[in-house]
Design a protein around this ligand. Structure first.
Ligand code: PBG
Length: 323
């Protein structure tokens, strides 16, 4: 047998493998999602997400220093309100946990980029991502509330806003209000392609945002659809999105790859709570090597075309082997 090419030649040593490796994870690729709660001295474990906590502003700032020292560039803030109501009025309050956290972070850890999640679901008593009118999430009535929330984040000093609600037209509505108020340099990272996914289960415990009736399938995307993802992304580009996100990540690598091939903007992918907790749970059972599976899944997400990865593993990944 005369083999002309033997792919194994380049796999013989770690040095060679490193030399021909196509995908590299860097600390700068990661964005660390965090949960801010009202109060003082709060550090509450999220049971379904081992290693994740709800933190009050004072605790969050402490942890933010650690995040910066690990070489991570950015965090994404989710807020919990003091009190929920029908219209989610605390979402845009300058005294809200997110707004306070942003002000403190920009003062005390200014190098860290602060991105805020813009959505109504943690703030509304019904837990939906917009406002309810006659038993349904009213798209256009929700836009103003979302834009006001985004504006309050920008006024607090947020470096970037990230709408995750999936209302039609919200990127344009947010861009317009930000521009009017002098925040034309604040970028929008749009959750452009967000599926109605059961992988968000553990997050809903963390953010206390499970809907009290129905589900999110009337605004988040059907997991079976790929062409629709291109349409969603195209709309957000037209409305002025600066970064396009696909979410979840690992079960949707084909979508990440298609969006990255089609659009010129930076692509982000969100390794969501369920993806994280599955790995954690299997590792706790002794069934998987946690760090190896973590790095393999992050590498796969990057290989598919993500420039940025939102992941609860950000600190853990920054601590090991990435450069
Ligand atoms: C809010 C929001 C959700 C997530 C991010 N923003 C939950 C949802 O849409 O139900 C999920 C994040 C995760 O699972 O880690 N709209």
């Amino acid at each position: 047998m005369e083999l002309v090419f033997r792919p194994r030649r380049l796999r013989r040593s770690e040095t060679l493998r490193k030399m021909v490796r196509e995908t590299h994870l860097r600390r700068e690729d990661f964005i660390y999602p965090m949960f801010v709660a009202p109060g003082q001295g709060v550090r509450q474990a999220v049971e379904a997400m081992p290693g994740v906590f709800r933190l009050s502003v004072d605790q969050l700032v402490k942890e933010a220093r650690e995040i910066r020292d690990l070489g991570l560039p950015a965090l994404l803030l989710f807020g919990l309100p003091q009190k929920k109501d029908e219209t989610g009025s605390e979402a845009a309050s300058p005294k809200g946990a997110v707004q306070q956290a942003v002000r403190r972070l920009k003062k005390e850890v200014p190098e860290l980029l602060v991105i805020t999640d813009v959505c109504m679901c943690a703030y509304t008593s019904h837990g939906h991502c917009g406002l309810i009118h006659q038993g349904e999430v009213d798209n256009d009535a929700s836009l103003e509330a979302l834009a006001q929330a985004a504006l309050s984040h920008a006024e607090a000093g947020a470096d970037m806003v990230a709408p995750s609600d999936m209302m039609d037209g919200r990127v344009g509505a947010i861009r317009e209000v930000l521009d009017e108020r002098g925040f034309e340099m604040v970028p929008i990272m749009s959750y452009a392609v967000k599926y109605a996914s059961a992988f968000y289960g553990p997050f809903r415990e963390a953010a206390e945002c499970a809907p009290s009736f129905g589900d999110r399938r009337a605004y988040q995307m059907d997991p079976a659809n790929a062409r629709e993802a291109m349409k969603e992304a195209a709309l957000d580009v037209e409305e002025g999105a600066d970064i396009l996100m696909v979410k979840p990540a690992l079960p949707y690598l084909d979508i990440i790859s298609q969006v990255a091939a089609e659009f010129d903007l930076p692509i982000a992918a969100y390794q969501v709570s369920g993806e994280y907790s599955m790995i954690k749970a299997a590792a706790q059972m002794g069934w998987l090597d946690e760090n190896a599976v973590m790095l393999e899944s992050l590498t796969a997400i990057k290989r598919a075309g993500a420039d940025l990865i939102l992941t609860y593993f950000a600190k853990q990944a920054a601590r090991i082997s990435t450069k």
